[in-house]
Design a protein around this ligand. Structure first.
Ligand SMILES: [Zn+2]
Length: 176
């Protein structure tokens, strides 16, 4: 059987699904929009193939309730962009040019007497965006999926020690 490669996540399958003449895997197909313009945007937003692989593994679980939950989670993953500091290269999360800025942000938050608002401003982020960064497991090479932390295939850009210290400080300051 002929295999086709999904244009969004690079997964190869024999299902030969396509929409607007674009080959897609069954997962990306399931969530693709019907509107052609939106579809182009959707396809353009490439995603982390590793995360999707985890999803595929979990979606084989039979329980329908569980399945619905996983569908919801995967929808979030499929629609999301790579985390700040990463870019996608051939469906793989790869450190972007600005990846050192992430370490700077973590270090500054940990060692400097600077408020979240000031730190966010300094790096051109919203306070919420900054909080998301400080709590994002992607930076230590993990993926959060179905509310559980799994090992990802991508390279971490900060150390687990730095990350854990930051988590402790966030907790100490009651930042959620
Ligand atoms: Zn796909």
């Amino acid at each position: 059987m002929k295999k086709t490669k999904c244009i969004k996540c690079a997964h190869e399958s024999e299902e030969n699904l396509e929409k607007f003449r674009v080959p897609l895997c069954n997962v990306c197909y399931r969530f693709c929009p019907n509107d052609e313009d939106k579809f182009k945007e959707y396809v353009h937003e490439k995603l982390d193939g590793e995360v999707l692989k985890t999803f595929r593994k979990f979606s084989e679980i039979g329980n329908p309730q569980k399945k619905a939950m996983i569908n919801k989670a995967s929808e979030g993953i499929i629609m999301s962009r790579p985390a700040f500091g990463y870019k996608l290269v051939n469906g793989q999360l790869t450190p972007a040019q600005n990846f050192r800025e992430i370490e700077e942000i973590f270090e500054e938050f940990l060692t400097k007497k600077i408020s979240l608002t000031q730190l966010a401003k300094k790096h051109n982020l919203s306070v919420n965006g900054l909080k998301k960064i400080l709590k994002n497991f992607t930076y230590i090479g993990k993926v959060k999926f179905n509310n559980q932390i799994h090992d990802g295939k991508h390279n971490p850009i900060i150390s687990s020690t730095l990350f854990n210290h930051v988590q402790n400080k966030l907790e100490r300051l009651g930042i959620r």
